[in-house]
Design a protein around this ligand. Structure first.
Ligand code: NAD
Length: 232
């Protein structure tokens, strides 16, 4: 089998980095589109500077990869940010930035990669949503709305691009990543762990496994769906 060509946004850290590691371990050629290079090397993934909010830049990066490797088989829109603050204190500029990364970023990647997948006749579009997309959660209202938008995109794009291209989302619960460490104190992490039936945060590699499954032939009849990975 020829090697899978996989593009992941936000793979310089956390879930994206673990996902890049999982796919390279499985023999894929992986491109990491991120604003910054990874601090610790991501196993074999090729970093290309990219701001996912910039439609032209994302299209240019995908164009370069298709010229070099002939195609993109799997595109994972994972780059995302969250900002913890009360709804009534959310500033318009912050909300715009969050939505540009978390929603426009997914659209930008899925359009650029989806177009060439559709023409080629096959491909898989994946994204990182969140359990916050479907459950109410205070102090993250704009983030939660952005992740609900990702699920809506997933369902609609699945119908438009089937049967050539599949879509799916992974919806993690709490994952121990730099994003989580920035916003939570140790006490808050202990409190959260006590509420999770599995008693702990997920490791990024456990989210990566879900992406690996959804991208594989084992998931060939799954499209427009989310896979929740939240420890119960
Ligand atoms: P992280 O902060 O560790 O990594 C995010 C990466 O995205 C970083 O490398 C960052 O440079 C990159 N990025 C940010 N803005 C970008 C832009 N404009 N263009 C390109 N790259 C950009 O975060 P993480 O915890 O690994 O989160 C990854 C995804 O998982 C996000 O979509 C997040 O919402 C989602 N998620 C995280 C958790 C969690 O508990 N950590 C839970 C559910 C969902």
């Amino acid at each position: 089998m020829t090697e899978q060509i996989v593009v992941i946004t936000g793979a310089s850290s956390g879930i994206g980095q673990a996902t890049a590691d999982r796919f390279t371990a499985g023999g894929a050629r992986v491109y990491n589109l991120d604003l910054t290079a990874p601090a610790a090397p991501t196993a074999g993934a090729i970093w290309r500077h990219c701001d996912v909010t910039d439609h032209e830049q994302v299209a240019a990066r995908i164009g370069e990869i298709v010229r070099e490797d002939g195609r993109v088989d799997v595109a994972i829109a994972n780059a995302g940010i969250s900002i913890r603050r009360p709804f009534l204190e959310m500033k318009p500029a912050e909300i715009d930035t969050l939505l540009a990364i978390n929603v426009r970023g997914v659209i930008n990647l899925w359009q650029a990669a989806g177009r060439q997948m559709y023409e080629a006749g096959s491909g898989v579009l994946l994204a990182t949503a969140s359990t916050n997309a479907t459950a109410g959660y205070p102090w993250y209202a704009d983030y939660n709305a952005s992740k609900a938008a990702v699920l809506a995109l997933c369902r609609s794009v699945a119908l438009e691009l089937a049967p050539r291209v599949r879509t799916a989302c992974v919806s993690p619960g709490y994952v121990m990543t730099p994003m989580q460490r920035l916003e939570y104190t140790d006490e808050m992490i202990d409190e959260v762990n006590a509420k999770i039936p599995s008693g702990r945060h997920a490791e990024p590699a456990e989210i990566a496994s879900a992406f690996y499954f959804l991208a594989s032939a084992e998931a060939a009849f799954i499209t427009g769906q989310q896979l929740v990975v939240d420890g119960g």
